[in-house]
Write a protein that binds this ligand. Structure first.
Ligand code: NAP
Ligand code: GDD
Length: 361
């Protein structure tokens, strides 16, 4: 039985990846942070009592700020594969907390790699690199595009990316990076722009909200469907040699396009609800991200199956259903028809356990 350790298992990608690996027969170990409230709602539906003799999911308290603790977990678990997804992942927040972001998102990777090296455990390592690292570099961006970070988050990810390459080349560790473009889902954090919009669409329909405050509507992003991206993450660690891979759809859309698609899907005009608010603009933003994922397609046949319009419908359907309303249903149909196998509509985030906090970023 393969054994994997996932940092960031309570996040969007970590929760999908845990589901995927359990479906593949892995034993899955995950790092979670101690909090005074529940922060494990995304993995509640796959939680197993560790006393159960058949249990294959195990959770450990830990923090990316603490090398000794990470080294102990890696030494004791002795994973075959480490998926390092944990990070302070919000770009706007990184402008408010640059030092913390550098510590967790940048140095956190160095700590995990050093824990692997010191423990002497032979394991494959995955680094969650980001298209945000490309910054101003012209689109489409691929593995050879120069890195021109434009946020403290991107600068931290560039450090983490290069320290991964350094450990691969210095110590022969099987260390790979996935340079992933934006990917979204009903489990996306509520303060990222797509989820903020789809939650607002549902709240407007339910009569709970009549204003949506946003920042830069001109920014263009390459948005894909998160479960397809965790399939790519797994594939990256199954290659014969460690390498770096860009993952994205190759299409780009503006925030305005997303608004148009999401509101029109339920028969609303976004212009009647959206107001610009300076607090959501960033000191620097990236104008256009668009992936050239031809290397991943060539090396292991990865290509996205869910289109931009389908992604929007999946997310709106989920958020509308979450408020107890009947959704239009096209998104649900997409998931039923495309048959992911390991991931079905009814395995979405349990609505009752979701955070009720309003988006603040
Ligand atoms: P996410 O939902 O924000 O999840 C981040 C995870 O990291 C959460 O489990 C979080 O725990 C954990 N974490 C944060 N600080 C930590 C700390 N100090 N110690 C231990 N764990 C900590 O992010 P995501 O969207 O799943 O993304 C996964 C990874 O891919 C991140 O590294 C992100 O930067 C990167 N990435 C994401 C995208 C995207 O579009 N989603 C694209 C490119 C790269 P809590 O639940 O307790 O907060
Ligand atoms: N969050 C947010 N909130 N973004 C807004 C808003 C708002 O109210 N209004 C406009 N935007 C714009 C942002 O300025 C940005 O240009 C775009 O919407 C996308 O913002 P986010 O959804 O916050 O994502 P991101 O692109 O900054 O970062 C995400 O993708 C990266 C990969 O490119 C995160 O998941 C990062 O962790 C990831 O690395």
């Amino acid at each position: 039985m393969n054994r994997a350790l996932i940092t960031g298992i309570s996040g969007q990608d970590g929760s999908y990846l845990a589901e995927l690996l359990l479906a593949k027969g892995y034993e899955v170990h995950g790092l979670i942070r101690r909090a005074s409230t529940f922060n494990t709602y995304r993995i509640e539906h796959i939680y197993q009592d560790p006393h159960d003799p058949g249990a294959r999911l195990f959770l450990y308290y830990g923090d990316l700020a603490n090398l000794e603790q990470l080294a102990n977990i890696i030494y004791n678990v002795r994973p075959d594969e480490v998926y390092h997804l944990g990070a302070q992942s919000h770009v706007k927040v990184s402008f408010e907390m640059p030092e913390y972001t550098g510590d967790i998102t940048g140095l956190g990777t160095a700590r995990i790699l050093e824990a692997i090296r010191r423990s002497g455990v032979r394991t494959r390592f995955y680094q969650a690199s980001s298209s945000e690292m490309f910054g101003d570099a012209p689109a489409p961006q691929n593995e050879r595009t120069s890195l021109q970070p434009r946020s403290p988050y991107a600068a931290a990810k560039v450090y983490a990316h290069w320290i991964t390459v350094t450990y691969r080349e210095s110590y022969g560790i099987f260390a790979s990076s996935g340079i992933l473009f934006n990917h979204e889902s009903p489990r996306r954090g509520e303060t990222f722009v797509t989820r903020k919009i789809t939650r607002a669409v549902a709240a407007v329909l339910a009569g709970r909200q009549n204003r949506l405050f946003l920042g830069n509507l001109d920014a263009k992003r390459d948005w894909g469907y998160a479960p397809e991206y965790v399939e790519a993450i797994w594939k990256i660690l199954q290659q014969d040699r460690a390498d770096d891979f860009v993952i994205g759809t190759g299409e780009t859309h503006s925030v305005r396009d997303f608004l148009e698609e999401a509101f029109a899907y339920v028969g609303l005009d976004w212009r009647e609800y959206v107001t610009a608010d300076p607090r959501y603009f960033r000191p620097l933003d990236i104008p256009v991200l668009r992936a050239d994922a031809s290397k991943a397609n060539h090396e292991f046949g990865w290509e996205p199956r869910v289109s931009f319009g389908e992604l929007v419908r999946i997310m709106v359907d989920h958020d509308v259903a979450r408020l107890g309303l009947e959704p239009p249903g096209e998104g649900r149909k997409v998931l039923e028809e495309k048959r992911f196998g390991w991931h079905r509509w009814n395995a979405q985030t349990p609505a009752a356990l979701e955070s009720n906090l309003e988006a603040v970023w």
